[in-house]
Ligand binder design. Structure first.
Ligand SMILES: *Cc1c(COP(=O)(O)O)cnc(C)c1O
Length: 368
């Protein structure tokens, strides 16, 4: 029997939720698969490939330098290692040398999230500033110490108007010569984010290769400062040390390059039109049926400038129940629960042509 999802009894999912790693992130378009397939066919010098791919990626994204990591989370770890080693070049020669070296990473308390564990895995200590209600410039100023090695900025669901804005963070960091690292894992679209954060003065911006970029699942993109990226290169596989367990293959490097080339040349205007039509289709098919209130919601959960459909459920129908029923049906359909209230959120970015109809039909069936 040939290996396939089918042979394992694994059923494919129609994904109207998001580019979630637990569902496989995103689907690679033909260009990316072809690049990976070709890369898989010959041996190469991996150091040289990472360097050459990095140069091309830097050019394409209008950055000084670029590096392919094995995911955005691994990018966070490697970026942290680079910031710690700016102060203590020998910090990663041996694990024991990490003891007591300057390792403080400043982060707004409201930006703390489950991905910042990757920062701590490099041996950093998180120094929180501000509160869940907000962050003031004085909070940040007070946190700088001789042990500060970087400020991390997380972009996504954690952003609130009461946070200290990125430009203020960059300005303050400049005074103390501390790098600012932006976790922009899910911040594509817009495509201009490839250069927006670094042109504003962030030292590095880190993206997931396996979300909307639709590159290999196990790829990430680090863009920005040449100095930091050279340090990162020294820690990444095939070198031994802190980055070795997060190796990136020739297939991921070439696949990510193809994904970035494709993404830059995509007609993002027309894609947005497609998303708007899917959202509109769901609204017209659901609103007013079976006690449903369906509306356009904007921006989406990651703060991307893309609409989604919010489906308020009728009284007596709990969102968890509906989501479970959709996942147990045939085909399996994944949708997101609303953060507040009793609603489903439908994402037009991760469904393929022909699937919005199935999502709509399954929701109506589940609601009886
Ligand atoms: C998805 C995400 C990550 C992790 O990206 P991977 O490429 O899956 O490692 C990190 N930070 C944020 C904010 C994310 O949304």
């Amino acid at each position: 029997m040939t290996s396939s999802y089918d042979s394992l009894g694994i059923r494919p999912i129609i994904n109207a939720h998001a580019t979630l790693t637990m569902f496989g992130g995103s689907l690679m378009p033909a260009e990316v698969r072809k690049a990976m397939e070709e890369a898989a066919g010959s041996f190469v010098d991996l150091h040289q490939l990472q360097k050459s791919v990095g140069e091309r990626l830097a050019e394409l994204t209008h950055n000084e330098a670029a590096y392919v990591s094995c995911g955005a989370a691994s990018g966070l770890l490697l970026a942290t290692a680079a910031c710690i080693s700016r102060h203590t070049p020998e910090a990663y020669e041996d694990f024991s040398k990490l003891n007591g070296v300057p390792n403080e990473i400043i982060v707004q308390k409201m930006h703390r999230n489950s991905y910042d564990y990757a920062v701590q895995e490099a041996g950093a200590k998180m120094v929180e500033v501000g509160s869940m209600e907000g962050t003031r410039i004085e909070d940040l100023e007070r946190a700088f110490s001789p042990s500060t090695v970087a400020i991390f900025w997380f972009q996504g669901a954690m952003n609130e108007p009461s946070e200290l804005p990125l430009k203020d963070v960059i300005h303050a960091a400049g005074k103390y010569k501390v790098p600012v690292i932006v976790d922009a894992a899910a911040q594509l679209p817009p495509v201009s984010n490839f250069w927006n954060f670094t042109q504003q003065g962030a030292d590095l911006a880190i993206f997931s290769g396996g979300k909307d970029l639709a590159g290999p699942q196990a790829s990430g993109l680090i863009l920005g400062s040449k100095d930091l990226i050279e340090r990162i290169r020294g820690y990444g596989a095939p070198y031994h040390g802190v980055g070795r367990p997060m190796k990136v293959g020739k297939e991921e490097m070439m696949g990510l390059l193809a994904a970035v080339e494709r993404y830059i040349n995509l007609d993002h205007e027309s894609l947005l039109q497609t998303y708007e039509s899917r959202v509109e289709y769901w609204i017209s098919g659901l609103n007013g049926k079976k006690g449903i209130l369906a509306q356009r919601d904007y921006p989406n959960e990651a703060g991307q400038p893309v609409p989604r459909t919010r489906v308020e459920l009728p009284v007596g129908m709990q969102k968890e129940q509906v989501i479970d029923a959709l996942m147990q049906g045939d085909p399996q359909v994944a949708v997101a629960p609303s953060e507040n209230g009793n609603a489903l959120l439908l994402n037009p970015m991760t469904v393929r042509d022909g699937e919005p109809e199935i999502v709509l039909q399954r929701i109506l069936e589940v609601l009886g």
